[in-house]
Design a protein. Structure first.
Length: 203
């Protein structure tokens, strides 16, 4: 059982993305600009006149991820990770008591700071998985349950494209890397989450 609880960290090689092409003086251009896909759900919410903290965190996440991809390293990824886990905890907050939601948001930020200090991602990863499974559990018996399968499929595609960054980059003749594709899938995933929250009249 020990191997399931061993310390996990983000290897330095993670920051060495396959697509390093630059355009108009923007380093790693496609990895930076593909974050537009993450910002588009925020644009949708603004168009629908839904001005809430979810809208704000999506904009901040797109900015933080773009900032990270201009110069990927252990320090610049910290704001990116903070807003990723904050997005997850904000979604959770629609399904739990507000005090619990605020506590989990704080725990999410602390999990990133803990990782930055110790290089241990276990708390961060556990929170992400736990939040996802709990939200699925809460959505399953509702009228938004038909969106669960698309959400899971897009979530898997997000992880797969991230894991096969270089392979996808090579197979697309260096047009699109797996990591850029990850951002696009992440945008779709966020949009599905928004549609679920709309169906449940939570936003």
């Amino acid at each position: 059982m020990e191997r399931y609880f061993k310390k996990e960290s983000i290897p330095s090689s993670y920051h060495n993305f396959s697509d390093k092409s630059s355009l108009l003086g923007i380093p790693n251009t496609k990895n930076v600009l593909s974050n537009i896909a993450i910002a588009l759900p925020a644009v949708y919410l603004l168009y629908k006149k839904k001005y809430n903290r979810l809208t704000l965190v999506l904009v901040l996440l797109a900015i933080a991820s773009s900032y990270y991809h201009i110069n990927p390293n252990k320090s610049t990824i910290v704001p990116d990770m903070i807003f990723v886990i904050t997005l997850n905890t904000f979604v959770l907050s629609y399904f739990v008591d507000s005090n619990i939601g605020n506590l989990v948001i704080l725990l999410g930020v602390l999990s990133v700071l803990y990782w930055h200090k110790t290089s241990d991602t276990r708390l961060y990863s556990l929170l992400q998985l736990g939040i996802f499974l709990y939200c699925i559990y809460r959505v399953y018996p509702t009228k938004a349950s038909n969106l669960i399968l698309p959400l899971i499929i897009v979530g898997i595609l997000t992880r797969v494209s991230e894991s096969y960054d270089k392979l996808i980059y090579d197979k697309t003749n260096k047009i699109l890397s797996g990591h850029s594709l990850k951002h696009i899938f992440a945008g779709f995933k966020i949009m599905i989450i928004i549609k679920i929250l709309e169906k449940l009249h939570k936003i």
